[in-house]
Design a protein around this ligand. Structure first.
Ligand SMILES: Nc1ncnc2c1ncn2[C@@H]1O[C@H](COP(=O)(O)OP(=O)(O)OP(=O)(O)O)[C@@H](O)[C@H]1O
Ligand SMILES: [Zn+2]
Length: 619
């Protein structure tokens, strides 16, 4: 919203400029083309012939219309002899008026104002451009306060206003301690991350969380939007970034929040023509500012995005936004809590069951739920009800679901079932194959583009070396999703393509890089890259024969298939466990490490020794 307003403001500002200019130019052109310049004697001849219709006197200058067009001109302009003119006009009875001797102002407006406006306009643009490029410190103030920067010095929002994002909040708690005790941390020489990137779908509460951190820590909250920085004139965005940091430094400790960081885009490599200097300059300025201050000053920059892949890698490097916190869509319990928060602001009948509404709304974000409560309140008002009842909620739900389904990927009951089995397949195989790895969390809440649910496995220690067996286990875990789907539904779905891709890559590496197959021996078949050629450009040289290529493909296929069969066998032998775990996942949508223990206990009893894996994130 705010972005829009600001843009409109900026646009109209320039447009008024251009409008006046165009008007004046067109007007003077029109006048010029319709007006004939004549000498005073010519004028007197016309007077004699009765060609002159009227006369307007402005000091020494006279303008007016002919009775009928002469040489295509309807009017004339001439310089008069002031002592003579009145007599002449009276003699021929031509109507005239005098506008006094304001000819200076008149010609000033007519001739100089457009020029001045024009020069001023370009001067203005040039100066702003220069300023952005780091020139002309004396013009500093020109760029001030153009970007919409919101400052809240006394934020009332706290963590109490946020629900269903406990993990994200836990990760951010230390930031609050840091801001609260900025002085102490400083004296101890402690280090904090400068930038934290909140990643999550629109409406999951990223802005809310950032504000709540400021509220909890009791520090000012500067917020702005990445799109604010991208203007049509080079250098403006960079100037705004500088302003923002200048202001923030004065009020440290504080939080700077930049929404839609992705608006600054990934411009640096994608622009062959060298265009879009504006984005690049803005981005560079942000990098400079981030590198230029240290967190001991007590400024923490939070940024939000729902398209982390669009963010320039330079922004993610150490010392910048090197910490990422995922803000997920809320699970069932989270949704209930969010509903509780928002329904506190309205009046509700006791029959309203928030838990069952939470059950109806998988995939809804915090913003969607806030809207739902709002909508229900509107419906209740329209019905002149004294409080919101369950019926109002049902109506509101029906109204909002269509839009939300379109906007988000919301699973229907059948899809939910398939995804639950798929994810549980990963989870159980994962736990079985690698007992050292902790399964951290499993969820069927859509997580991002191209993935349905997810399973997060955390390695208990960092791994540098992996054995053949490790890799095979890893592949089996990846194949566990599809294996579970096949076992239960007997059908293939598209949900496993990401897994298959990852498993295939591992198999390829085993064959081609690690020399782990008997058929192809301890030989690497890596594509030999010349130092002068970029492998990614497709110019790499293949250092093996066509027959070998075929053999490699077959080998890869066999390895992947074997891992699939291993996963399938395991799940077939534990079908009951799979079913009960999947139905629990369907109900709760997310299962934590703690909640999974119940199912893992069954496996613990028959465990075979296995080795750990690296962290895998399988879909
Ligand atoms: N976890 C939550 N708990 C409570 N309310 C929430 C939550 N998430 C969102 N909301 C509600 O939705 C509103 C909009 O959320 P917010 O603007 O913070 O989302 P966002 O993730 O920043 O979205 P965007 O990516 O569009 O900027 C909040 O003001 C709040 O009322
Ligand atoms: Zn999967």
């Amino acid at each position: 919203m705010e972005t829009e307003n600001n843009k409109r403001f900026v646009f109209s500002y320039y447009h008024i400029f251009l409008g006046i200019l165009a008007f004046l130019i067109v007007r003077s052109c029109l006048e010029g083309s319709q007006m004939q310049r004549i000498s005073y004697s010519e004028f007197k001849q016309h007077l004699e012939r009765g060609d002159i219709k009227n006369v307007t006197l402005r000091g020494d200058s006279a303008t007016g219309e002919f009775v009928k067009p002469i040489k295509g001109r309807v009017g004339y302009q001439t310089n008069i002899v002031p002592q003579d003119i009145a007599n002449q006009l009276d003699k021929y009875k031509v109507s005239y008026e005098s506008l006094g001797s304001s000819s200076f102002m008149g010609s000033f407006i007519l001739f100089f104002l457009p020029t001045i406006l024009f020069i001023g306009f370009w001067y203005y643009i040039l100066k702003r451009g220069l300023k952005g490029m780091g020139g002309g410190g004396s013009f500093m103030s020109i760029g001030k306060s153009k970007a919409k920067i919101y400052v809240e010095t006394d934020t009332k929002t706290t963590f109490k206003d946020v629900a269903g994002a406990d993990e994200a909040l836990d990760e951010l708690r230390e930031v609050i301690d840091f801001l609260k005790n900025a002085d102490k941390v400083k004296s101890l020489g402690g280090k904090m991350p400068k930038g934290i990137l909140l990643v999550g779908s629109p409406g999951t509460g990223k802005t809310l969380i950032a504000k709540a951190i400021a509220g909890e820590a009791g520090v000012p909250f500067f917020s702005t939007n990445g799109a604010e920085f991208v203007e049509m004139f080079v250098g403006v965005g960079a100037a705004r970034v500088r302003d923002l940091f200048e202001q923030a430094k004065k009020t440290a400790p504080c939080i700077i929040f930049i929404d839609e960081l992705d608006a600054l885009g990934k411009t640096r490599h994608s622009n062959i023509m060298g265009g879009n200097d504006e984005k690049e300059q803005t981005l560079n300025q942000l990098l400079v500012e981030m590198d230029g201050f240290d967190t001991q000053g007590g400024i923490i920059i939070l940024a939000a995005t729902n398209r982390p892949e669009m963010i320039d890698p330079a922004l993610l490097r150490a010392g910048r936004f090197d910490r990422q916190v995922v803000v997920d869509r809320p699970d069932r319990k989270g949704r209930e809590d969010i509903l509780k928060i928002h329904s506190k602001k309205v009046k509700m009948e006791p029959d309203v069951n928030l838990d069952s509404i939470a059950g109806l709304t998988p995939g809804f974000t915090g913003a969607d739920l806030a809207n739902l409560v709002n909508e229900a309140a509107l419906i209740a008002t329209r019905e002149n009800a004294t409080a919101i009842n369950m019926n109002h909620f049902t109506l509101a739900f029906e109204r909002s679901i269509a839009g939300i389904e379109k906007k988000n990927k919301i699973l229907n009951a059948k899809e939910k079932e398939i995804v639950a089995f798929h994810e549980m397949g990963h989870t159980l195989v994962g736990y079985w194959m690698s007992h050292d790895d902790k399964i951290h969390k499993v969820s069927i809440i859509p997580h991002g583009i191209g993935s349905m649910g997810y399973t997060i496995q955390r390695p208990t220690e960092d791994r540098y070396l992996m054995t053949k067996e490790d890799l095979e286990n890893k592949m089996a875990v990846l194949m566990g999703g599809r294996a579970a789907e096949m076992l239960i539904f007997g059908k293939l779905s598209t949900g496993a393509s990401d897994d298959l891709g990852k498993a295939t890559n591992i198999a390829r590496e085993m064959v081609m890089r690690f020399g782990m197959t008997e058929e192809l021996g301890f030989v690497t078949y890596e594509e030999a890259a010349s130092p002068f050629l970029d492998v990614k450009d497709g110019f790499s040289r293949i250092s093996y024969a066509d027959d070998t290529a075929k053999e490699i493909d077959e080998c890869v296929k066999r390895i992947v298939m074997n891992s699939y069969l291993r996963a399938y066998e395991f799940l077939r032998n534990h079908r009951e466990l799979l079913e009960s775990a999947a139905s629990s996942l369907m109900l709760h949508e997310t299962l934590s490490e703690e909640e999974l223990k119940e199912f893992f206990r069954v496996l613990d009893d028959e465990r075979a020794p296995h080795s750990p894996e690296n962290e895998t994130h399988v879909h």
